[in-house]
Write a protein that binds this ligand. Structure first.
Ligand code: ATP
Ligand code: LTN
Length: 326
């Protein structure tokens, strides 16, 4: 990280499956835009990902691809850190200490835990339960001021603040209490069930657009997206499917919902879907082009994550040592 700015940003993404436009518009695009103004520290949260069972070989490959894709999205390792969580051992150490400052009841209330324990009822492990403690440790180690995430992570952020304040109160000022940095309207829903969030681990491939999907796939998936019988491009209640497509179009083009309603006044869902798909295809093309170059250069990718991990370890060790002392 070359320049030291006044404020620091931390965020992470799990290398599970293929990164979707939900991850991109909800998180990664913001990360890229924040790079000129903040010290930016980003991580691939592989330790979080193993709360759900993985095939080891596939997992390793996915982590490498996710790393390359973040570089392709223009996370710039000259300016920012982009490291792999399991390569920086301070995270687990702080997580243990802070798990002793987190209440059982606080973790039991987390909606992500409730959702994931019902969708993976054969493996409700302790890691799934204490997941937020590792996450808040990720953030607090770097004394981050802001954490850009999608709305689904807001509850974990509130817990991060609670635990930081509790520790500071009990042992004296230590942690920066971070603020969430959440962009309005950036929650992208599943194309098949627009009441649920779009997720890269949803078993239904048609529920999501992945950043590396071909133009043909993007067109097909958008065409098949669930809508309502009204055939009127208007944002509103009980129109989750159309609301979602309008959000995607808005994120892609920068147009407001009002502008979109005007643009498609009197135009049906079929034509609207084609326009949304075309805009997405155009938006993703440069990322896909960058990715195909980067993924061929394994040496470069390795250098990037090793250098970042080394620097992350130096920064986080300072915080960890202070916590140990206290
Ligand atoms: P998984 O399905 O493996 O749980 P995910 O797709 O939900 O993964 P995460 O790795 O948990 O993604 O999240 C990475 C970042 O992307 C987070 O900041 C999260 O808030 C954001 N994000 C994930 N899904 C969406 C979505 N549908 N809309 C907006 N932001 C999202
Ligand atoms: N739990 C997050 C990923 C994550 C994260 C973090 C995000 C792990 N550690 C620290 C922000 C800050 C998720 O599932 N999106």
């Amino acid at each position: 990280m070359k320049q030291r700015k006044e404020k620091t940003i931390f965020s992470a993404i799990q290398p599970t499956g293929n990164i979707t436009i939900g991850n991109y518009f909800g998180a990664i695009k913001n990360w890229v835009q924040l790079q000129p103004d903040f010290n930016c520290i980003f991580s691939l949260a592989d330790l979080h990902a193993i709360t759900v069972r993985k095939d080891p070989e596939e997992f390793k490959q996915k982590a490498l691809e996710a790393y390359a894709l973040l570089l392709a999205c223009e996370i710039n390792v000259e300016k920012s850190l982009l490291f792999i969580q399991s390569q920086v051992n301070t995270h687990c150490q702080l997580a243990w200490m802070l798990s002793c400052c987190t209440e059982f009841g606080e973790l039991a209330r987390m909606t992500q835990f409730k959702d994931k324990s019902s969708s993976h009822s054969d493996n409700v492990n302790c890691g799934l339960f204490s997941y937020p403690v590792l996450m808040l440790s990720d953030i607090l180690l770097y004394r981050a001021d802001f954490v850009p995430v999608g709305q689904d992570q807001k509850q974990h952020l509130e817990l991060t603040r609670t635990v930081a304040e509790r520790f500071n109160f009990l042992y004296g000022p230590t942690f920066t209490v971070p603020e969430p940095y959440i962009k309005r309207g950036a929650k992208i829903k599943s194309l098949r069930d627009p009441t649920k969030k779009m997720s890269k681990s949803d078993p239904d491939l048609n529920s999501r657009i992945e950043l590396l999907d071909s133009p043909d796939k993007i067109m097909k998936k958008i065409k098949r997206a669930v809508t309502d019988p009204e055939n009127h491009v208007k944002y509103g209640e009980n129109k989750d499917g159309i609301n979602n497509l309008m959000t995607i179009y808005s994120c892609t083009t920068g147009k407001t919902l009002d502008e979109i309603e005007k643009e498609f006044d009197g135009i049906g869902y079929g034509e609207f879907k084609t326009t949304v798909a075309e805009a997405l295809i155009e938006h993703l093309a440069p990322i896909q082009k960058n990715y195909s170059k980067i993924i061929k250069d394994k040496g470069y990718i390795k250098n990037c994550y090793k250098d970042s991990a080394e620097e992350a370890l130096n920064i986080s060790n300072e915080t960890l040592n202070e916590v140990k002392k206290k």
